[in-house]
Design a protein around this ligand. Structure first.
Ligand SMILES: [Zn+2]
Length: 190
């Protein structure tokens, strides 16, 4: 149970259910689980281009010749990349920071894949036309967006931030004022 408690989002009740499952499972089921854990740990590494998870060499996105390399979308975590990929509305490539700058928690640009992005953009020698910053719309995500903008401005023609605001199917009068303020600021011409 203690081992399962270390998993993200798993509470004591859930850890107990997982532990009981393992107790009741057959030897081969447990063996498969152990094997899967070992395999993921030994075969998954980082894509040398964007730092997404990859099995060997480039990740699936970077290996795809159809993707637009002049457009880089910056995200905090590989899960964010996966979420955007599911939306199927982005044809560029990514850069995964593996975290966000957090002045409160003492996380600086040195502890995330920040310098790697600046180097990637500068070494592309003008080939990167736009960087879309898709960090979370919280304090750390905003701080990260500010640092990125400052560092990349001299090398990229367009730096943009994903829009934050009214969710589809949402109700304006139920929105909090911070979200509404962002939605108004990020309005687009129709
Ligand atoms: Zn990649």
């Amino acid at each position: 149970m203690n081992a399962f408690r270390r998993f993200p989002g798993v509470g004591p009740k859930q850890a107990e259910r997982f532990a009981l499952y393992v107790v009741r499972a057959s030897d081969s089921e447990v063996e498969n689980l152990v094997e899967a854990l070992r395999a993921v740990k030994s075969s998954v590494s980082y894509c040398p281009e964007c730092y997404n998870y990859a099995e060997s060499g480039l990740c699936a996105v970077c290996a795809d010749a159809e993707r637009d390399r002049s457009l880089i979308c910056v995200v905090e975590r590989p899960q964010d990349l996966a979420a955007i990929e599911k939306a199927k509305s982005f044809s560029g490539v990514y850069h995964v920071l593996h975290g966000a700058v957090s002045p409160a928690a003492g996380v600086s640009t040195e502890q995330i894949k920040f310098r790697e992005l600046v180097e990637r953009v500068t070494s592309a020698d003008g080939a990167v036309k736009e960087v879309i910053i898709a960090t979370n719309p919280d304090t750390d995500g905003e701080a990260t967006a500010m640092f990125l903008t400052r560092a990349l401005k001299p090398y990229v023609g367009k730096i943009s931030r994903i829009a934050c605001g009214v969710p589809l199917g949402g109700d304006i009068d139920y929105m909090d004022e911070v979200t509404l303020g962002h939605a108004l600021k990020g309005r687009t011409k129709i």
